[in-house]
Structure formats: C-alpha cells, structure tokens
Design a protein around this ligand. Structure first.
Ligand code: HSE
Length: 347
C-alpha cells in the first residue's frame, strides 16, 4: 500500500471535486490501486488553514464548506499555519496546488510550487498560470530535486489530452487544433439556444466551469494558456502567451450566433498551433464560424476537443470534458496514481 499524504493549497471548485472523489472512492482506491490517500492539510485565504498530521476526513471538510463556507468548525492540531509553512514543514509528501489562476505573474501559485519542489515534495497542479509561463523551469526544478510535477488537469481537465499526446510526439506532431475552453463553448452552445451572453456566462459560472475571474475565459486568455502549454510540451516550442494571436468571444451576440446558424455555420473558439518553415510555430485563439458538418462544430456544452495532426498517424481527435469540478478533480487523481513510488525518481 502506498500512502499519499496530501496538502491542498486552495479549496475552490477543483479541490472540492477532488475531495468528493476521495470520499466516494476511498475503498476502491485502496483495493484497485493500493493507494491510501490522506489529506493532512488544507489552506485557503477565505476558508482558513488546517494541518492535522493524522489526516482529515474528506466528509468533514465537505460538510463544513456546505454548512459554514469555511473551516472554522473543524478541529485540527494546527489551525494557524500559513501556506508556505504548510508546504515546508508539514508531513505532506504531495502538494496539490489549486489556487486561482493568474496568467500575468503566475503568483502566488508559482512561489508555492517552487517551495514545494525545492523541499522535495511532489507537486500536482491544475493551475495554468505557472504551467503556461514557467513549465520548463519548474520541470527542471522538479528533476533537480528528484520529485515529479503533474499538470494533466491544465488542458481538457481529466480527459487525458497530455498523457495521450506524449505518446504521439514520436509520430511527429505538425498541427494541433481544438476547442480548449469549456466556459466559452458552453456559452456559445447556450446562446445558440437563445440565452443572452450574460445569462449564458452566469450558467457557466454556476456549473463551476469558469475561472474565479471569468474574464480569462471569455477574452480567450485561458485558451491561450492551454495553447502555450501544448506548444511547449508537445511541439518543442518555447513560446509565451504574448506569442499567441488572441481574440475572445466578448463581441459575439446571440443575434450573430443565430445568423450564423441560419447560414449552416456555428461559432467556436478555436485554438490552433501550426508548425511552419524553419521550426517556427504559428499560434492563435479566435472565434471561427465552422461549417456545421465540421467535426469540431458538433462539440457542444463544456466538452472540449483536440485534433492532433501527425506525420505517421494522420489526424487523431480526442473529445471529452474540458472543465468541471469532478472532471478536473479526476485529473489530479490520474496524476497522483501515475507517480512513481516515493523513491524520488523522475516521472
Ligand atoms: N475555465 C476553464 C474552462 C476551466 O472553462 O475551460 C478548465 O481549464
């Protein structure tokens, strides 16, 4: 049996989805995967800080959030440790970094991840800020400290887009194109059904698809971050968000969508990466009117899709959930279960 002692940094939608999975599947995880997963610490700026070296019951955490919205009613050995102290000094061996995405500076997540890796803790994150802006440096830091860095949840939530594509690298990936943001795809689908832009955004927020600040979704920054992650991880590129041509969906109205529909078209926010001459990569995120018969046009709601075009295998398309608390929580679980044993070896 492997014992994973987790510290959760942040307790928003994704963290709660992950804890819900643990609550429901603890027994299955023990018998099928020989995984004893304990939550020893949780910290959130708005909900409080808990460190209990023997482990905190997932049901107690979820119950407290449902009833009071914070951790004040939970008994733990330590309730005043700050995040950096929890990362450095707790008995956690894996840090789940789940604080809100900041695509400008990547902070505070970046400093949390750096501290964790430097102090020999494995890190799993669904945070696109540090991953889009600093992945090569963080990966190196993880290697230097003989620990692992899991990022599966940053693109297509728990749909294994990165895991699959890692195996396609040797087929020569020449182009990547897809629907990479669940919030905007959900909104475009609902606007086609007649909802206004604001009504559709409110629904997407209620369903837990949108970022803490949904501007990142609707203006295309979230999809840009994913394009950058894909380029740097899978196409040996070294690009940053400023290298991606970007246009969001804020200018698209319900009327535009319905007019396109009458012409047999459907608006989709499409991210594209294309290998060009001399190793250059063209990268963009923009709304496109796709013909209704195009495979990406039929991808609706918060579903995402990526087509990997390769030299040896032609096109391979992956369609699946792109956002959501359980879906992204599941991504964290897949990263956790694929970590090597605690011999501190590389992934
Ligand atoms: N806000 C993101 C989306 C979450 O809507 O796709 C998943 O990365």
């Amino acid at each position: 049996m492997r014992t994973y002692r987790l510290a959760l940094i942040g307790f928003g939608n994704v963290a709660q989805g992950f804890v819900q999975i643990l609550q429901q599947r603890a027994q299955q995880l023990r018998t099928q995967h020989q995984a004893d997963i304990q939550i020893v610490a949780v910290t959130s700026p708005s909900k409080g800080s808990l460190y209990h070296p023997q482990g905190i019951d997932p049901a107690v955490l979820l119950n407290a959030i449902e009833i009071t919205g914070n951790f004040s009613a939970i008994t733990a050995d330590y309730t005043d440790w700050d995040t950096q102290r929890i990362i450095r000094e707790s008995n956690a061996n894996v840090i789940l970094e789940l604080s809100p995405t900041n695509l400008k500076t990547a902070q505070p997540a970046l400093s949390y991840i750096e501290t964790a890796l430097q102090t020999g803790k494995h890190v799993i994150t669904a945070n696109k800020g540090p991953t889009a802006l600093y992945y090569p440096q963080l990966k190196q830091l993880a290697q230097d400290n003989q620990v692992t860095l899991g990022i599966e949840g940053t693109v297509m939530s728990g749909t294994p887009s990165l895991m699959l594509a890692q195996t396609l690298r040797s087929a020569g990936i020449t182009r990547i194109q897809g629907i990479l943001n669940g919030t905007t795809n959900y909104m475009l689908t609902r606007m086609e059904a007649g909802l206004s832009y604001n009504e559709a955004l409110t629904e997407a927020q209620e369903r837990g698809y949108a970022e803490t600040d949904p501007t990142g979704d609707v203006e295309g920054h979230d999809a840009v971050a994913k394009v950058v992650i894909l380029a740097n991880l899978l196409m040996d590129a070294s690009i940053n968000p400023n290298d991606v041509q970007r246009e969001g969906i804020t200018q698209i109205t319900t009327h535009d969508i319905q007019t396109a529909q009458q012409a047999g078209k459907r608006y989709k926010l499409i991210g594209t990466l294309e290998r060009q001459a001399k190793g250059r990569i063209r990268a963009s995120v923009q709304p496109e009117q796709m013909d209704i018969t195009h495979p990406l046009a039929s991808v609706s709601d918060a579903t995402n899709a990526i087509t990997y075009s390769t030299q040896l295998m032609g096109d391979i398309t992956l369609v699946g959930s792109g956002a959501g608390r359980i879906e992204t929580g599941y991504a964290l679980l897949t990263d956790l279960l694929k970590m090597p044993d605690y011999s501190k070896s590389d992934i």
